[in-house]
Design a binder for this molecule. Structure first.
Ligand SMILES: Cc1cc2nc3c(=O)[nH]c(=O)nc-3n(C[C@H](O)[C@H](O)[C@H](O)COP(=O)(O)OP(=O)(O)OC[C@H]3O[C@@H](n4cnc5c(N)ncnc54)[C@H](O)[C@@H]3O)c2cc1C
Length: 439
């Protein structure tokens, strides 16, 4: 089997129908219509179950939440699934650094939940979740509405630490959640002087997308050679070295971008002055014309307030990886970037954790137990230039002695170098992954 086929095997379902979920889609039914079924008159539309055997509320409809909702409906028989998100559309972080170089539009990364409703009978509610009671399995929305479930699946992604002095986050945008900050950072970069300087910070691990900051650095350095030839990029890494793909990024930083990138390790940011765009660090003050400040990360407040962030020094939620149930609240499952596992915080892994969780819940609702030996896989492509990419992939298998997902060395690895062919593969992989999650 060719490598491309191996990489895509885990996410290749329904790729053909992706066009239905990317961009556009202004014909969403209202929340109320979706909830009582009046919004969809097409007889081919799948309704939610009328006599459900269990009710699940999914909080967050990103990579993990969309996938768990879809597969709970596919595998869970008559399970009633309600998705709650503050936004009715999802903007993919994956490929969003290409928006900074003008290679993609942000709108090309937008996905709706239409297919989840119409093809799978998932209910959707668009509101902020204010509070989760992990004992009674109740969810309180910002409006005060209370939803009751048998199980809750939390997939709210990440939140950022406050940075002392950063009163206006837009002064030094992270663009680490795709959206308005991505557009803002792109605008700041385009307006930067030709001989200016960019500062990009890498937070202490664990953070969302381990190779992401380095791939953004490579992409920006290549773009600078073209658009801002005398400009410099200073990368301030809070870690002792590259957190992922050290061979490829190390080589690219040295061989391709030695005269563009200045890479400093073990740099901690104490505070910032947004007015002068200065960062005060353990190695002195650093100023940039544009500062892409990516703060340290943790599970969002809704996970913290429910008392579920009991790992990584209180940052993320500890879960059992057979069913992703919280270790302190068995009827609440935490998947995606909010959970603490041995797997990376990545969209592909969020999709995989969601499927393991959906399968476990389907088995539990049918009176059985979760699969005792789950396997997950992850592929990650990193842009090394504006037209060439490298890749990294891993297969994880459950280890019953350590009760953890461990990488299988024979089935894991990285590309040796980068190529235009891998860049093309990246687009195919992305379409398949997003279709598997949203279509
Ligand atoms: C620049 C960049 C590049 C990346 N590239 C890759 C890549 O190449 N490959 C890869 O696998 N991963 C990549 N990632 C990582 C990937 O985007 C994340 O790991 C993935 O999105 C995590 O999925 P999630 O479902 O946990 O969180 P998210 O996808 O962030 O979804 C969380 C959802 O929860 C909702 N939400 C949160 N709190 C609430 C609340 N209180 N009430 C209601 N709704 C709420 C949000 O609105 C959001 O829709 C990249 C990330 C970045 C930033």
């Amino acid at each position: 089997m060719r490598r491309r086929e191996v990489l895509l095997r885990g996410a290749a379902l329904a790729a053909a129908s992706l066009a239905a979920c990317g961009g556009g889609g202004d014909d969403l039914p209202t929340d109320a219509q979706a909830l009582d079924g009046r919004g969809d008159r097409d007889p081919s539309v799948v309704p939610p179950p009328s006599n459900p055997k269990a009710r699940v509320i999914v909080i967050g409809c990103g990579m993990a939440g969309a996938t768990v909702a879809k597969y709970l409906r596919l595998w869970g028989d008559a399970v009633d699934v309600t998705l709650v998100d503050r936004d009715s559309r999802y903007t993919s972080c994956i490929l969003s650094s290409l928006v900074l170089t003008g290679q993609r539009s942000l709108s090309s990364l937008v996905f709706t939940h239409d297919a989840l409703r119409s093809r799978y009978g998932v209910r959707t509610v668009y509101e902020e979740v204010r509070d989760v009671d992990p004992v009674s399995a109740r969810v309180t929305l910002a409006s005060g509405t209370v939803l009751q479930a048998d199980r809750i699946v939390m997939a709210p992604g990440i939140a950022f630490d406050d940075v002392p002095g950063l009163t206006d986050p837009n002064a030094m945008p992270h663009a680490w959640k795709a959206g308005p900050q991505t557009t803002l950072l792109a605008r700041q970069l385009a307006g930067m002087p030709k001989n200016g300087s960019i500062v990009l910070t890498v937070p202490k691990a664990p953070y969302r997308c381990p190779p992401g900051p380095y791939e953004r650095a490579c992409l920006l350095a290549d773009w600078m050679r073209l658009r801002k030839p005398q400009a410099k990029l200073i990368v301030l890494d809070a870690n002792p070295g590259f957190v992922a793909e050290a061979d490829n990024f190390g080589r690219a930083f040295r061989e391709l971008y030695g005269s563009v990138i200045e890479y400093r390790t073990d740099v901690l940011i104490d505070s910032v002055d947004p007015a002068s765009r200065t960062l005060f660090t353990n190695g002195g003050a650093v100023r940039g014309d544009v500062v892409n400040l990516i703060p340290a990360q943790r599970a969002p407040a809704v996970v913290q307030a429910a008392g579920l962030a009991n790992a990584t020094g209180g940052r993320f939620a500890e879960v059992g990886v057979l069913d992703y149930a919280s270790t302190v609240a068995p009827s609440v499952h935490v998947i995606g970037d909010s959970s603490a596992t041995t797997q990376p915080k990545a969209g592909h892994i969020a999709n995989q954790e969601a499927k393991v969780c959906a399968d476990a819940l389907a088995r539990i609702f049918a009176g059985g137990s979760p699969d005792p030996a789950p396997v997950t896989n992850s592929a990650c492509f990193s842009t090394i230039t504006m037209s060439k990419a490298a890749w990294l992939h891993a297969v994880y298998q459950y280890d019953s002695a350590q009760r953890a997902m461990l990488a299988v060395p024979q089935a894991s690895g990285a590309s040796s170098g980068w190529s235009g062919d891998h860049f093309e593969d990246m687009g195919i992989w992305f379409r398949a992954l997003m279709a598997d999650s949203f279509a």
